[in-house]
Design a binder for this molecule. Structure first.
Ligand code: PLP
Length: 365
């Protein structure tokens, strides 16, 4: 019997949410307008910042956030080598230089102990990534930023609603979010910048709209990175459900963790102090002590109709485009993670029966 395939991700969209969506489409007012403005206000309130600027993707959020800080060619921004490539690319697109610092083996996020050795006179910012749904060590990184007068940028594209101590990620520095369909909430393609710095928000708004300060009066070299009303109407309803989605992810993760912890050689995601986990990805480690290689486990899961994925198979500095740019880093913790990680389905569309199939498959591999 052919088993129904369990995908790595599937956004949860409700019939009810189509009401606002169809009303929006039928109104004919489709470009950035009232709904996008309302979505920005609601998102800022949710994250806890004074401003939120909607954009066309997480990548454009990162690009504009970095541009708005006004770095110059040759300025260096410290970031993680273990992330989706967009985090580092946004630095390159802004003419600054990404400098990679190795990660912590449990959180997969920047290891704050290793940051200072990479700081020099050209260093202007730290772009940390809250990877897989869990905050990086914000206190430690904030301290370093204060001591060296660096801007703090947060790639929160996988961590909508995650908190650190009493605040949500994206409210510490300039926050960048993605609403791509694999994320904790979706608008299709889409993104958001969060900040309580009015001048950064103002510059992001201008840069997002062709550098236009007033109608057909352009003071900056901008882009068309606007969000449209169709995406914004989906975003408004998704935001209302985000806490529910994150609770489902957490419940699914608890079940998966219990199974993984019974299996020798597999390691479940680590829980860290002062923060929760919103499990954009449930990423395990397949260590050499496990009976199968990672590739064998992937093949086994796929044979059983279970999707899985490697986030990420290469540290960013090893990507061909970065090698071409002259990057020669070799950061041991990121290298090891790239060899061992494997993400399993954890999204809120998984049914109990599917979750059971995943744990049974793992336990009987
Ligand atoms: C998804 C993602 C991005 C890019 O977002 P898009 O909306 O796909 O452009 C950037 N950084 C991280 C960590 C991501 O997961």
């Amino acid at each position: 019997m052919l088993k129904e395939f369990i995908p790595m991700s599937k956004p949860l969209i409700y019939e009810n949410d189509l009401n606002l969506l169809s009303k929006t489409i039928l109104s004919g007012k489709l470009a950035y307008g009232e709904l996008a403005f309302e979505f920005e206000k609601a998102f800022a309130r949710y994250i806890g910042t004074s401003h939120a600027v909607s954009v066309s993707s997480g990548t454009s959020a990162l690009h504009l956030a970095i541009l708005a800080c006004g770095f110059n060619k040759g300025d260096e921004i410290i970031t993680s080598p273990f992330s989706f490539i967009a985090s580092a690319n946004a630095i390159l697109h802004s003419n600054a230089t990404p400098v990679f610092v190795d990660i912590d083996p449990v959180s997969y996020n920047l290891d704050p102990k290793l940051i200072e050795s990479k700081i020099n006179a050209r260093t202007k910012a730290i772009l940390g990534v809250h990877l897989f749904g869990q905050a990086f060590d914000i206190s430690e990184v904030e301290d370093i930023c204060k001591r060296y007068n660096l801007v703090l940028l947060e790639d929160a594209c996988q961590s909508h609603g995650a908190h650190y101590q009493s605040k949500k990620v994206g409210s510490f520095g300039v926050g960048c979010f993605s609403f791509y369909p694999t994320k904790n909430m979706t608008t299709g393609e889409g993104g958001m910048i969060t900040t309580s710095d009015k001048s950064i928000a103002d510059r992001c708004r201008i840069l997002r709209n062709q550098g236009q300060e007033s109608r057909y009066y352009h003071t900056m070299l901008g882009h068309n990175y606007r969000m449209d009303e169709i995406k914004a109407s989906l975003g408004l309803t998704q935001l209302k459900r985000l806490n529910h989605f994150n609770r489902k992810r957490d419940e699914n993760a608890k079940v998966l963790t219990k199974a993984v912890n019974e299996i020798s050689g597999l390691i479940s995601p680590g829980a860290l102090p002062d923060r929760n986990h919103v499990y954009n990805q449930f990423t395990i480690r397949v260590t050499p002590a496990y009976k199968l290689s990672r590739n064998e486990l992937i093949a086994y899961l796929e044979d059983n109709g279970i999707g899985c994925a490697v986030h990420y198979p290469l540290p960013i500095y090893k990507q061909p485009i970065y090698k071409e740019l002259g990057y020669k880093d070799w950061l041991p913790v990121a290298e090891q993670a790239a060899i061992e990680v494997l993400s399993l389905p954890v999204h809120p569309s998984i049914t109990c029966r599917q979750l059971n199939r995943i744990t049974q498959a793992l336990l009987s591999a």
